[in-house]
Write a protein that binds this ligand. Structure first.
Ligand code: NAD
Length: 477
C-alpha cells in the first residue's frame, strides 16, 4: 500500500499542520486503504482560524462587490481547471462514482460565477418617512465571520453553497469539513490564493473530534453559522447559536417521498425513481427514499423499479462502467445494516437487494422493500441505497402519507395530469418538489427544508440575505 497523501490546513493564507503536530487518516471505502493523512486540529487551531478570519474581515468587507466578483469568477475558473483532481479526491474519500463527481465539481464553477454576479447587486434603499425633514437610506453590510460546517457526503458542493454567498456578501469564513471526508476541501483551499483572495479571508480546519465543530460554533469571534448535516447535530448547532444569539442556516436530513399516480408514464417514473434514490449510493439528503404508488399500478411499477435496480453494476467507483460505489464509511455501512435488520424484524418484504457479501467491503445492493407506513425504515433517514414502498388508494391518502413525517426537504410527483401535478405540489410540505423529474438543482433556485429538514434556504437571489445585516441611516436635512 502506498503511503497516504499528505494534506495541510489553510490558516491566515498559510498551509499548516495542526499546532499539536497530530494527524489522522481517511479511509478509501473501496480499497480499504488509509489513503489520506490530514491535520488533526484542536481548539487552539480553531481559535487561530477564527482570529485570522477576524483580522481579514475589515479589509475584505471594505472591498467593492465588483472586486469580490472578480475573485469569485477566478475561483470558478480554477475549480473548472482542477475538476478532475478534486473529483478524484472526493471519490477516494467517499466511494462515489468518478463521473458523477466530475459532473458535480464542474457544476460548482457555475455557482461561483453566479455569486460573482450577485456580489455586484448588493444595494440599500432610500426609504420615505412621515417627517419630510429626514433623508433615510439603508446599507447592507456583511455579518462578519462565518463558520461553514459540512457533512461527509458532498463536501465541496455543500461548502460552495455557503462559501460563495459568504464571499459575495463580504464575509470572511472558517470552513470545517467532516472528519470522514476532509481531503477535497483541503485541496480546494490551495486554489484560494490563486483566485486572488487575501490571506485569512477563507480558512480551513480539519479534525477527528466532533468537538471541533462545537468549539467553532461557540467561539465568540464567529458571527454566523452555515451548517449542513444531520438533524440531531443541527439541533445542537441551533442551541449553541441561540445561546450566542447568532443566526444559523441549517440544511438537515430528509425522508423524501416520491408519489406515483395511475396516469404516470411508468417507464420514465421508474428511471427517475431509481436515479432519485440510488445515485451517490443513496447518501444524499434529497434521496427519494419513500415510494408512494397508487395501488392500481403498484405491481407494474415495483417490477420495473426492481428490474432496473437489480441491473445496477456495483464496483470500483473510478471505473467508467460502474454504476454504484460502496457506502462511504464504516459507521454509515453499519447503520444501513442495522436498518435492514430492523426492517426484516418488522416484517418488511425484500423485493430486491440487501448487503452484498460477495463484493465485500462496504457494498450494499440497491434495495427495494415493501413496507407498512409505521415501519422504522419508512420513517427514519437511512442515508443509503434503500427504497421503501407503500401503496395508496387515492390522492388524499397519497398526500397524507407524504406529509406524515417530521422532515420536509424534497418530494417527487409523477403524473401526466397537469392539474393534479400542481394541486399536489402545492399541498406537499417540502422545500423542493420535482414534477416528472427528480434531484435537479441550480445556483439560482432556493434549496432547503420544512420542519426537521432545516431552517433557511441556500441558493437563489435571496441567499445573500442571511450573510448581510441591514443598517438604517437617518440624516436630518
Ligand atoms: P453530522 O451531523 O454527523 O456532521 C456534520 C458536520 O457537523 C461534520 O463536519 C461534524 O464534524 C460536525 N459536527 C458534529 N458535531 C457538531 C457540533 N456539536 N457542533 C458543530 N458541528 C458538529 O452529519 P453527517 O453524518 O456528516 O452527514 C449526513 C447528514 O447530513 C444526513 O442527515 C443528511 O441528510 C444531511 N445532509 C443534508 C443536506 C441538506 O442540504 N439538507 C445535504 C447533505 C447532507
Amino acid at each position: 500500500m502506498a503511503s497516504p497523501q499528505r494534506f495541510r490546513m489553510l490558516l491566515a493564507g498559510r498551509s499548516v499542520d495542526a499546532r499539536s503536530g497530530r494527524t489522522f487518516t481517511s479511509e478509501n471505502p473501496y480499497t480499504g486503504d488509509d489513503w489520506a493523512e490530514v491535520p488533526d486540529a484542536g481548539p487552539e487551531d480553531v481559535d487561530a482560524a477564527v482570529e485570522a478570519a477576524r483580522a481579514a474581515f475589515p479589509g475584505w468587507s471594505a472591498t467593492t462587490g465588483f472586486a469580490r466578483a472578480e475573485a469569485l469568477r477566478r475561483l470558478g475558473d480554477l475549480v473548472l481547471e482542477n475538476a478532475d483532481e478534486l473529483a478524484r479526491l472526493e471519490v477516494n474519500d467517499s466511494g462515489k462514482l468518478h463521473r458523477e463527481m466530475l459532473g458535480q465539481v464542474r457544476a460548482l464553477a457555475t455557482w461561483y460565477h453566479y455569486y460573482a454576479g450577485l456580489a455586484q447587486t448588493v444595494e440599500g434603499r432610500q426609504i420615505p418617512v412621515p417627517n419630510p425633514d429626514y433623508l433615510v437610506y439603508t446599507r447592507r453590510e456583511p455579518v462578519g465571520v462565518v463558520a461553514a460546517i459540512t457533512p461527509w457526503n458532498s463536501p465541496l458542493l455543500l461548502m460552495t453553497w455557503k462559501l460563495a454567498p459568504a464571499l459575495a456578501a463580504g464575509c470572511t469564513v472558517v470552513v470545517k469539513p467532516s472528519e470522514h471526508s476532509p481531503a477535497a476541501t483541503l485541496a480546494f483551499a490551495e486554489l484560494l490564493a490563486r483566485a486572488g483572495l487575501p490571506p485569512g479571508v477563507v480558512n480551513v480546519v480539519t479534525g477527528r473530534s466532533r468537538a471541533l465543530g462545537e468549539h467553532l460554533v461557540a467561539h465568540p469571534g464567529v458571527d454566523k453559522v452555515a451548517f449542513t448535516g444531520s438533524t440531531a447535530t443541527g439541533r445542537a448547532v441551533a442551541r449553541a447559536a441561540a445561546e450566542r444569539l447568532i443566526p444559523a442556516t441549517l440544511e438537515l436530513g430528509g425522508k423524501s417521498p416520491q408519489l406515483v399516480f395511475p396516469d404516470a408514464d411508468l417507464t420514465s417514473a421508474a428511471n427517475g425513481l431509481v436515479a432519485g434514490v440510488f445515485a451517490a449510493t443513496g447518501q444524499s439528503c434529497m434521496a427519494g427514499s419513500r415510494l408512494l404508488v397508487h395501488e392500481s399500478v403498484h405491481d407494474a411499477l415495483v417490477d420495473l423499479v426492481a428490474e432496473r435496480a437489480s441491473r445496477i453494476r456495483l464496483g470500483d467507483p473510478l471505473d467508467a462502467e460502474t454504476e454504484m460505489g460502496p457506502v462511504a464509511n464504516r459507521p454509515q455501512y453499519d447503520k444501513i445494516r442495522r436498518h435492514l435488520d430492523t426492517a426484516a424484524a418488522e416484517h418488511a418484504t425484500l423485493v430486491c437487494g440487501g448487503v452484498d457479501e460477495a463484493l465485500g467491503g462496504y457494498f450494499v445492493k440497491p434495495t427495494v422493500l415493501s413496507v407498512s407506513p409505521g415501519d422504522t425504515v419508512f420513517r427514519e433517514e437511512v442515508f443509503g441505497p434503500v427504497l421503501s414502498v407503500v401503496p395508496f388508494a387515492d390522492e388524499e391518502e397519497a398526500v397524507a402519507l407524504a406529509n406524515d413525517t417530521p422532515y420536509g426537504l424534497a418530494a417527487g410527483v409523477w403524473t401526466t395530469d397537469v392539474h393534479r401535478a400542481h394541486r399536489v405540489a402545492a399541498r406537499l410540505r417540502a422545500g423542493s418538489v420535482w414534477i416528472n423529474a427528480y434531484r435537479a438543482v441550480a445556483p439560482s433556485v432556493p434549496f432547503g427544508g420544512f420542519g426537521d429538514s432545516g431552517l433557511g434556504r441556500e441558493n437563489g437571489v435571496d441567499s445573500l440575505g442571511p450573510y448581510l445585516e441591514e443598517k438604517a441611516v437617518w440624516t436630518e436635512l
